[in-house]
Design a protein around this ligand. Structure first.
Ligand code: COA
Length: 162
């Protein structure tokens, strides 16, 4: 069985993340969306809620072989815990490359039995990021059309009262 983890902050999960998950769900038998708990970042949504949103979004999109968990510590250790031999990361534009390449090299040094696989999102999501979504909601009190799944839109509307 081919198992992959898709690690990220998912604060919140966007349609761009879902696009990557959709691709991964076709390539792998089981995909674990792994919500990173990073003490260096102050997230808008607590880890538990980010996991719930990721789970609901995957279900909303009909991705039956995708699940969602939280993890603290290293991505490669999370991969091992879930018996995943692959790490999936999205590559949106050239600007992502340097950051992703250094993550790949670090992960390879830490555990060379785990292979990183990059998936590019469809052109509609190349510009999208969680911070763009957060800023539109917080400062503009609006949702960028087609940017987030319904379960996330509802929570953003509730949080910022619009
Ligand atoms: N669609 C939309 N947005 C996307 C995206 C996509 N397909 N792919 C990435 N992004 C955005 C995210 O929304 C996020 O946006 P923001 O910064 O505006 O909020 C940004 O790209 C960064 O993506 P994210 O997935 O959160 O990656 P990250 O670089 O913050 O890394 C972990 C998250 C969990 C993978 C990383 O912190 C990690 O590996 N942690 C564990 C420690 C470790 O093992 N380190 C490596 C070896 S030392």
């Amino acid at each position: 069985m081919k198992i992959a983890i898709y690690p990220g902050t998912f604060d919140p999960v966007t349609c761009g993340h879902l696009d990557i998950l959709r691709g991964a769900s076709k390539l792998f038998d089981r995909v674990v969306g792994a919500v990173g708990i990073n003490p260096g970042k102050v997230p808008l949504f607590p880890a538990e809620e980010r996991v719930t949103m990721l789970r609901e979004a995957a279900a909303e999109a009909g991705l039956v072989n995708v699940e969602a968990v939280a993890f603290a510590g290293l991505t490669v250790d999370c991969a091992r815990e879930w018996n995943a031999e692959y790490i999936v990361r999205g590559l949106r534009a050239v600007t992502d490359f340097e950051h992703e390449f250094s993550l790949l090299l670090a992960n390879e040094q830490l555990d060379n039995s785990i292979q990183t696989v990059f998936i590019m999102p469809s052109v509609n999501y190349l510009y999208l990021s969680s911070s763009v979504v957060r800023q539109a909601s917080e400062f503009g009190r609006r949702i960028i059309p087609g940017s987030v799944p319904t379960c996330v839109e509802e929570r953003l509307r509730e949080k910022f009262g619009f």
